[in-house]
Design a protein. Structure first.
Length: 307
């Protein structure tokens, strides 16, 4: 038996609870891991709210929260290649196992070994934030010296995009709330505080000829406000709002495979994609960890140390 943090029905934070469950049995193409660190993402509370389908693997309630983790392989299901018991790994729980738990199952094709020299805490941030940053900037394909606007730069994905963009010698301007300024400016972002005035006007003053690319992490009316700042709307990449196509932009094309995980890990080792981890919560404090992300108060990446 092991402990897990999840939810007994769809709803708000009030449906969350700790509960005991037997160690899951890895199915075909899965690995059972002891979780060392779980990453916390906005998608976690969106799944809990019941607003998305297809991420629960058909599992009954109570369901475990979390989509990404780093840990140690305890057992292999059938048809698992490239991983062994005892490997330190990181990856996605794409079949509904959740990651806010002492043990869980990860999808083997979406799991990779942690390279020597990379901590479990850093590895646990890469499946969502790290690979999203790589995918978005690969789609843009901007040359060195180009200017990119990161709309919503203060969160885990936004700071990952900004850091990777700087590593590609792009000029990075980012928007966010006042609380996100320090973390963004610490990695060289030219910051625009959206609580202090007209974001579009401020961005236009900084880059009067238009941005070479925009990575949007906010969506909705904010996306519609900043999209016209792009010199070519095809170079507006949205991470969370698929309606970007109505503006002439593109939704991020996600690559969740082992190859992309390994690439993100190499970039992290080289310091090009070093995540900004601003909070490490003990497992007993999982409620506060998710609340910080759900309430929008967290800058950078929040993780839960389980083991």
């Amino acid at each position: 038996m092991g402990q897990a943090w999840g939810f007994g029905r769809y709803g708000g934070p009030e449906v969350q609870e700790f509960f005991d469950r037997p160690d899951p049995v890895p199915g075909r193409g899965e690995v059972l891991i002891r979780v060392d660190v779980a990453g916390v993402n906005p998608l976690d509370h969106i799944v809990r709210s019941g607003l998305v389908d297809g991420l629960d693997g058909g599992r009954p309630f109570p369901r475990v929260l979390g989509m990404e983790a780093a840990g140690t392989v305890l057992a292999l299901g059938e048809d698992v290649d490239g991983l062994e018991v005892g490997d330190a790994v990181f990856g996605f729980a794409l079949t509904g196992g959740g990651t806010y738990a002492e043990t869980t199952v990860l999808s083997a094709p979406n799991t990779a070994r942690i390279p020597a020299g990379l901590s479990a805490a850093v590895a646990a941030t890469l499946p969502v934030a790290g690979t999203t940053a790589v995918d978005a900037l690969d789609q843009l394909g901007l040359p060195a010296g180009a200017t990119v606007l990161v709309n919503g730069v203060g969160g885990g994905v936004g700071l990952a995009v900004a850091r990777l963009a700087a590593g590609r010698e792009l000029r990075v301007i980012g928007t966010g709330s006042t609380a996100k300024r320090e973390a963004a400016e610490a990695i060289g972002v030219r910051f625009i505080d959206y609580t202090a005035g007209d974001v579009v006007a401020a961005a236009g003053e900084l880059v009067p000829d238009g941005f070479d690319g925009i990575v949007d992490l906010v969506g909705g009316t904010s996306l519609r406000a900043v999209a016209p700042l792009a010199r070519d709307t095809r170079n507006v990449i949205a991470v969370g709002d698929s309606s970007v196509s109505d503006l002439g932009g593109r939704f991020v094309e996600r690559r969740l495979d082992r190859e992309n995980l390994e690439r993100s890990a190499r970039l992290a080792l080289d310091g090009v994609l070093a995540p900004v981890i601003t909070a490490v919560h003990p497992f007993s404090d999982a409620l506060a960890a998710l609340a910080a992300v759900e309430n929008g108060h967290a800058s950078g990446k929040v993780v839960i140390k389980v083991a």
